[in-house]
Ligand binder design. Structure first.
Ligand code: FES
Length: 171
């Protein structure tokens, strides 16, 4: 049995090892999207691993292909594929915000390796300011600030991990 915690709901419980994160969520009463039914072909069950990445089974070829197709990099996993083998803390992503076409151009220009993290940083900041959509006026400065912040720690794994943790923690 391992302790699994889901942000931002604060749901936590002891789950048998070998259970997928998707099934663990269900056992704890959380409804997560899983459009393909758990066959690693949709990526709607994506989840961020906040702590305990090595306490999950390794990414297999099917999951790797789907993550790549969806342009998702660590700390993302597919919750239907990642099985528990120790304590983990994960975060269910927020509903994605709407980006205008002009705003999306800012995001599309980024290196895919950091795009999702920066999108998340921008959306989190926008949400805190009460915005419900991202327009170019917001995207240009917010993306630039987030990019600067990520670049400042990119060569320091500890600081990068701390930044990622902060982003994925509950708001
Ligand atoms: S439910 Fe479709 S990839 Fe996990």
């Amino acid at each position: 049995m391992s302790k699994v915690t889901f942000y931002p709901y604060g749901k936590s419980g002891e789950i048998p090892d070998g259970t997928s994160l998707l099934d663990a969520a269900e056992k704890l009463g959380l409804q997560m999207r899983h459009d393909c039914g758990g066959f690693a072909t949709c990526s709607t069950c994506r989840i961020w691993v906040v702590e305990g990445v090595t306490n999950l089974t390794e990414i297999d070829l099917d999951e790797e292909n789907m993550l790549e197709e969806a342009q998702l990099t660590a700390p993302f996993r597919l919750s239907c594929q990642a099985k528990i083998q120790g304590d983990v803390v994960v975060r269910v992503p927020d509903q994605e915000m709407e980006w205008s076409r002009g705003a999306l151009r800012e995001l599309d220009a980024l290196d895919p390796a950091v795009r999702e993290i920066i999108r998340m940083m921008v959306e989190k900041r926008a949400r805190l300011q009460g915005l419900s959509a991202i327009l170019p006026d917001t995207a240009i400065p917010f993306v630039a600030d987030a990019k600067k912040e990520v670049e400042a720690v990119a060569n320091d794994p500890d600081r990068l991990a701390a930044l990622v943790k902060r982003i994925f923690e509950a708001e």
